[in-house]
Design a binder for this molecule. Structure first.
Ligand SMILES: Cc1cc2nc3c(=O)[nH]c(=O)nc-3n(C[C@H](O)[C@H](O)[C@H](O)COP(=O)(O)O)c2cc1C
Length: 363
């Protein structure tokens, strides 16, 4: 047991990362929670009614603790370069048979309404990225019984999250797949590797730390625990599971990619994110684009259509730097179940820690 597992009420120090945009499903979160870890549901892109439906489905699928994750909104939406970007994307949309202009009614779901759902549903753990909660928001969630987990990519963010009342802090290293959670410094100034970030964050704050980024097997979890974290948050490790909603072209690209194919870009969604370098990333590389969530919305229909059409070149292929460790051993696109993946990770943790004991004996 660690301080983090005790506080979260889970049996093993493994947190399933929330993975918005496809991989995150109720089934995957339930499987991890039912296996003793903390399953997470990615709610950031869900409209309030759909969020409620998924939270209720998860409650029916597990009586164990779980987390629901949202994005702290950028309250001042910047609408620069929209027409230029629509013109830039039009030929790509045409390749997929889409109309030249995306049909946009809102840039992102209403955060206040999303929060209302989570307070009413009394979720056990609320995790979030891209900022900090206000005092009123924290009070409402904590009064409903939720533990709060904020995301930090540097020491200042970790301290700010602790001061704002977070019960735990997720330290997200630069290796992490998906969006980089930085919010107090520009993302490019905050690309600190997990190995360097986690012990510095552990030394800087008193609340338990969850390590994230590039942790895919038992060796990684053992390393995170050695660095002072109380649990590891793992995304890429679970993306091949049958319970995950990772589209087939995304799985195929992850099967073929090597560590040097994984890159960061701010151009696909307007926020820095890590995934497999593809044509969409390269095409947008030199163009100014509007910031998140505007760019995210301008490309989302295109990326979804690309997934349906089996066109990985126009998708966002988010995954972390340690993707080759996550692959199914048979070379296919589906790994064993999430429960089996979790058990095999735990076997690896035991083995790594036992080997370290042998090393310590000889020192
Ligand atoms: C496909 C994908 C989607 C993600 N979506 C979210 C999200 O919705 N919210 C969030 O806080 N983090 C999200 N992340 C980041 C994870 O929380 C976590 O930091 C990351 O998966 C850790 O790195 P790893 O993939 O190497 O394990 C996402 C990661 C991936 C790979």
């Amino acid at each position: 047991m660690t301080a983090a597992t005790e506080l979260l009420g889970i049996d093993v120090p493994i947190v399933l990362a929330p993975m918005g945009g496809g991989p995150s499903t109720v089934e995957l979160a339930a499987a991890v929670s039912n296996s003793g870890g903390l399953g997470s549901l990615a709610g950031g892109y869900l409209e309030p009614d759909e969020l409620r439906r998924q939270v209720q489905a998860l409650k029916s699928a597990t009586d164990k603790p779980f987390a629901v994750n949202l994005f702290i909104p950028n309250r001042q939406i910047e609408l620069a370069a929209i027409e230029e970007t629509i013109t830039l994307l039009a030929p790509l949309r045409a390749e997929l048979g889409l109309a030249p202009r995306p049909d946009v009614s809102t840039w992102a779901p209403d955060f206040d309404k999303q929060l209302e759902v989570l307070v009413a549903e009394r979720v056990p753990v609320f995790s979030f990225a891209f900022g900090a909660l206000t005092e009123t928001e924290s009070d409402a969630l904590q009064s409903s019984g939720a533990l709060l987990v904020g995301t930090a990519t540097n020491i200042a963010e970790a301290k700010a999250l602790e001061s704002s009342g977070c019960d735990l802090v997720c330290a997200q290293g630069a290796e992490a797949g998906g969006h980089h959670g930085s919010w107090l410094a520009p993302a490019e100034h905050s690309l600190i590797g997990t190995m360097a970030l986690v012990p510095q964050v552990c030394d800087a704050i008193d609340v338990p730390v969850i390590a994230a980024g590039g942790i895919v097997d038992g060796r990684g979890v053992a390393a995170a625990l050695c660095l002072g974290a109380g649990a590891a948050q793992m995304g890429t490790a679970f993306m091949f599971c049958p319970e995950a909603g990772t589209p087939l072209p995304h799985r195929e690209a992850m099967t073929a990619a090597t560590e040097v194919d994984i890159a960061v870009t701010s151009r696909v969604t307007g926020r820095m994110a890590r995934g497999i370098r593809n044509r969409l990333m390269t095409l947008l590389e030199n163009d100014p684009v509007p910031p998140y969530p505007v760019m995210n919305k301008l490309t989302s229909e295109l990326r979804r259509a690309a997934a349906r059409a089996g066109r990985p070149d126009l998708m966002s292929l988010w995954c972390g730097q340690a993707v080759t460790l996550a692959r199914p051993h048979d070379g296919g696109t589906t790994s064993p179940s999430a429960q089996d993946v979790l058990h095999s990770i735990l076997g690896g943790v035991r083995q790594a820690l036992a080997e370290l004991e042998g090393v310590a004996d000889g020192l």
